[in-house]
Design a protein around this ligand. Sequence first.
Ligand SMILES: [Zn+2]
Length: 78
Amino acid sequence: MYCRKCGAKIDDHAQFCEHCGTEVVIVPQKSYAQKYQEQKRQKNHKINKTKRNKNNKPNIKMLKILILELLYLQRLFH
Ligand SMILES: [Zn+2]
């Protein structure tokens, strides 16, 4: 890797730069592909949530219809 201060090439496991003495801070750098995948995942997560919500509404409607049908049937039989 390279020193963030002087840009000199230093050992991957070095704690200090051999050239300027700056402490080497290893910052986990994500590649663009990784970032893209994460964004994609987050977007998919949001889409899944909205899809779930959309699916819940017809279910509630179906339940109401079922209850109404049951009430209707009860009236018919009484
Ligand atoms: Zn350096």
